[in-house]
Design a binder for this molecule. Structure first.
Ligand code: SF4
Length: 154
């Protein structure tokens, strides 16, 4: 039988207020699931096409991603206090951090993630269950797959 992955036993984590470190990286890319585009556009009172046109751009291979600030190259939704201005509607990739497939993949990548994210090494951290982590990993994978056309082929 296959061994369950190490994170299945649960991982202590608590996102830290006013941290924003995971969003505050120039050159970060936020891929979108079709559901994310629907939630974000309705949150901004726009049609999906209008929102894609206004707040998103396409990668070279055509996947829709959030736009970055042309000067700082940081997500357009992160404000000066490092707060996400669309937090309630934020896409799955943002919600699932730090439990991204690429982060849990190896000891090395996880160690790097723990160094990056103070929420994984905090006194207030509480255990995130293996099932929740699995859901986050799947959502991050779906986001990375992305979509290229609207309406998307489902
Ligand atoms: S780096 Fe970790 S603690 Fe900081 S905002 Fe991101 S998820 Fe929260």
């Amino acid at each position: 039988m296959m061994q369950p992955p190490w994170w299945m036993a649960g991982v202590p984590f608590s996102c830290q207020p006013n941290c924003g470190k995971c969003c505050d990286e120039p050159g970060g890319i936020v891929y979108l699931r079709p559901e994310d585009a629907e939630i974000m556009s309705s949150h901004h009172n726009l049609q999906v096409e209008e929102w894609l046109e206004r707040d998103c751009r396409q990668t070279l291979d055509g996947r829709w991603i959030l736009k970055s600030d042309p000067v700082t190259d940081i997500c357009i939704y992160l404000d000066e206090e490092k707060k996400c201005t669309t937090y309630e509607a934020r896409p799955a990739q943002c919600r699932s951090y730090p439990f991204w497939a690429e982060n849990v993949r190896s000891d090395r990548s996880w160690k790097k993630t723990v160094d990056e994210c103070p929420g994984l090494d905090s006194e207030e951290a509480f255990i995130i269950s293996g099932d929740t982590i699995r859901t986050k990993i799947i959502q991050d994978r779906d986001a990375t797959r992305g979509f290229r056309k609207w309406p998307p082929k489902r």
